[in-house]
Design a protein around this ligand. Structure first.
Ligand code: ATP
Length: 312
């Protein structure tokens, strides 16, 4: 079952938080939803899970429109909201049963689903504890277990690994990978290794607009079309001077005398910069070629200063 976002817009008061975005997550795909703080990820996810109405556009979950057919859409959707809200007074087992009942499960089916989720999410030893007594990582597991209790076909996870320690991070990622095998999954994150570890595709949103929708492999290849060098001089150089050197496509100022220099693939611009420094009697105090990485791609796609869209 797929998730389709079609020309979706959300306006809060004066602010256009999501601006006419469209993308699709196909059945069986795991898609990473990336973007800087305030880009519109949670808003999109809240609309896709029927927690917020859209201002305009449509979201279809397994073909069901979340505004026209919310009950059908919710039945096949599992949602882990940002900050993982839980009833801390409840016991793990009791809480999962409660959520299962909300989804209409009862009797043997309910008992079976609760035990299965307790086991799959590694909660066997914790199931009789109160949620308030659990560590952050185990609370996150409870959050995932509740999202999965009704065996949803579509999983929507909002920052499922935020705030976890490195060990828990690896475990929760492994768990997401396992449970995702037969599901359509979209999850938001700020961690690029996570995207590389888990995703088939990434959708990047910036200031409410989609700025990339591609496979991780493609994005890395695209960045590989250019060579990026960070050059730092001791004094007296301008971006314009560097820009005028042969073979250089673009120069971005990072600090007073520190620059990000972009050239075409296959060209080593380090000797050019070195000669420029020697000819002008300048000291070059740093010269480093950057590896292509998702971090760099994310940065270049979303680096513009955050300006809020206003409706007037
Ligand atoms: N209920 C609300 N009322 C008014 N503005 C809101 C509301 N919820 C979100 N916003 C604004 O909409 C924009 C998008 O917020 P959203 O929470 O969707 O971003 P996000 O990409 O999930 O960010 P983060 O990575 O920080 O969680 C932000 O500028 C935010 O302040």
């Amino acid at each position: 079952m797929s998730l389709q976002i079609r020309n979706l817009t959300k306006i809060y008061g004066q602010q256009r938080a999501v601006n006419n975005i469209s993308f699709e997550v196909a059945q069986g795909e795991i898609v990473g939803f990336l973007g800087p703080n305030g880009a519109g990820k949670s808003t999109t996810m809240k609309i896709a899970t029927c927690f917020l109405p859209p201002t305009d556009g449509h979201v279809l979950v397994g073909g069901f429109d979340v505004v026209e057919e919310p009950m059908q859409a919710k039945r096949i959707t599992g949602y882990l909201p940002e900050h993982n809200p839980l009833y801390l007074d409840m016991y793990v087992h009791e809480y999962l049963s409660f959520i299962g009942k909300l989804y209409g499960l009862s009797g043997t089916t309910l008992r079976h689903q609760v035990s299965e989720m307790v086991e799959r999410c590694g909660l066997t030893r914790e199931q009789n504890k109160k949620i308030e007594a659990l560590s952050k990582g185990y609370r996150q597991r409870v959050g995932l277990a509740q999202a999965l209790i009704h065996n949803p076909k579509v999983l929507i996870l909002d920052e499922p690994t935020s705030g976890l320690d490195p060990n828990q991070l690896v475990e929760i990622r492994k768990l997401i990978k396992e449970i995702s095998l037969d599901k359509t999954v979209i999850f938001s994150t700020h961690i690029m290794q996570e995207v590389q570890a888990l995703c088939d595709r990434v959708v990047v949103i910036n200031r409410g607009e989609i700025v990339a929708d591609d496979t991780v492999e493609h994005l890395l290849q695209k960045q590989g079309d250019h060579v990026v060098v960070i050059a730092e001089f001791e004094r007296g150089v301008t971006a314009e001077q560097l820009q005028s050197l042969a073979g250089i496509l673009n120069v971005q100022s990072l600090d007073t005398f520190k620059f990000k220099v972009v050239a075409e693939r296959g060209m080593d611009i380090r000797p050019v910069l070195f000669r420029f420094a020697a000819d002008n009697n300048l000291s070059l105090i740093g010269l480093k070629q950057e590896e292509s990485s998702l971090e760099n791609i994310f940065h270049s796609l979303t680096a513009r200063p955050s300006v809020e869209h206003n409706e007037n």
